[in-house]
Design a protein around this ligand. Structure first.
Ligand SMILES: NC(=O)C1=CN([C@@H]2O[C@H](COP(=O)(O)OP(=O)(O)OC[C@H]3O[C@@H](n4cnc5c(N)ncnc54)[C@H](O)[C@@H]3O)[C@@H](O)[C@H]2O)C=CC1
Ligand SMILES: O=C([O-])CC(=O)C(=O)O
Length: 315
């Protein structure tokens, strides 16, 4: 593609920060969208970001709007619209509010950017991707969700901190839904090519896995006013980059799995190859029995949230 057009819906913490990462990396021209109630907020954030361009040195155009006209013909659309949790809430508590929000966003995207690859970020992630997919009616490979890049980044960060090594040398995978049942995969974790179990005791590894699993809640309890956004936005920008540069990154993301992993038609976190066409391939691994049990438990949690969403939104 020439210069990519990237729309980010939701100009809040995650959306605006994602615009920031995408602009700084010159991934394309950016349209930041929010609801009319926010009046000129998206315009203000876009103009502020544009004014950083001579300093940072990027030529991306960034505009803010409360209408979908300027988003027409986008190559990539990121959906961050919706409410974020506060201390004491789970991601699932956001379902009834966010299902309505992402459905209305998807209606608008369907009408204005019918050829886009869509990345959903709003929580509860896996159920919201499924809902957006349903409303859009796009091919499944052009609709995906961001969770695994973030969750894996948390896991990699904690491993690097424990081992006193560069995060760049920690390679890892995490699967399953973006909830309390997500599945970090020690069997697919290595540092500088060395399997993690040769460097860390089971006890330390399991403490790190737990911390990664609760990484979102840890930030919520520190911030108090909302949830994480720097790392989530960076993770989303990495997915945008994979698409606009057709990088064929092998990264975890929420992808539509039917026969794959025996999931039966649900969005769940799996390793994929992400490129210009969206999810170009789902990479199937032979899971050991423990990993498989944890993955299927996570898929069950996603299925029950999807059932609640379907009930709420009717059909
Ligand atoms: N998948 C992931 O890894 C992560 C997901 N999230 C989720 O992302 C979402 C956004 O989080 P934040 O940016 O921190 O929240 P925020 O409250 O800072 O921003 C949300 C924005 O969405 C806007 N919005 C609401 N309804 C809209 C609509 N119909 N159309 C367009 N914009 C609309 C709001 O006006 C607000 O500006 C939350 O649901 C949060 O749980 C957050 C972090 C990580
Ligand atoms: O924890 C939350 O609610 C936001 C999120 O998904 C994360 O940071 O992983």
């Amino acid at each position: 593609m020439g210069r990519a057009k990237i729309t980010i819906v939701g100009a809040g913490n995650v959306g605006a920060t994602c615009a920031h990462w995408c602009a700084a990396a010159e991934l394309g021209d950016i349209v930041l969208v929010d609801i009319p109630m926010t009046e000129n907020m998206p315009k203000g954030k876009a103009l502020d970001l544009m004014q950083s361009s001579p300093i940072v040195g990027f030529d991306s155009n960034v505009i803010g709007t409360t209408e979908y006209g300027p988003t027409a013909g986008s190559d990539v659309v990121v959906i961050t619209a919706g409410i974020a949790r506060k201390p004491g809430m789970s991601r699932d508590d956001l379902l009834s509010t966010n299902a309505k929000i992402v459905s209305s966003v998807a209606e608008n995207i369907k009408a204005t950017s019918p050829n886009a690859v869509v990345i959903v970020v709003s929580n509860p992630l896996d159920a919201m991707v499924q809902q957006v997919f349903k409303v859009l009616g796009f091919p499944a490979k052009r609709v995906c969700g961001q969770a695994g890049v973030l969750d894996t980044a948390r896991y990699r960060t904690f491993l690097a901190m424990e081992l006193g090594v560069s995060v760049e040398d920690v390679s890892a995978l995490l699967m399953g839904g973006h909830g309390d049942t997500m599945v970090p995969m020690p069997s697919c974790t290595s540092v500088g090519g060395i399997p993690i179990r040769r460097l860390l005791s089971e006890e330390k590894l399991s403490a790190i896995v737990d911390r990664a699993r609760n990484g979102g809640a840890e930030i919520v309890s520190l911030l108090k006013t909302g949830s994480a956004y720097y790392a989530p936005a960076a993770a989303t920008a990495q997915m945008v980059e994979a698409i606009v540069k057709d990088k064929k990154r092998l990264i975890p993301c929420a992808a539509y799995c039917d026969k794959e992993y025996g999931v039966g038609g649900y969005y769940v976190g799996v390793p994929v190859i992400l490129g210009a066409g969206g999810v170009e391939k789902i990479v199937e691994l032979d899971l050991d029995s423990e990993e498989k049990a944890a993955f299927l438990k996570s898929v069950d949690a996603v299925k029950s949230l999807v059932a609640t969403t379907t009930q709420l939104m009717g059909g």
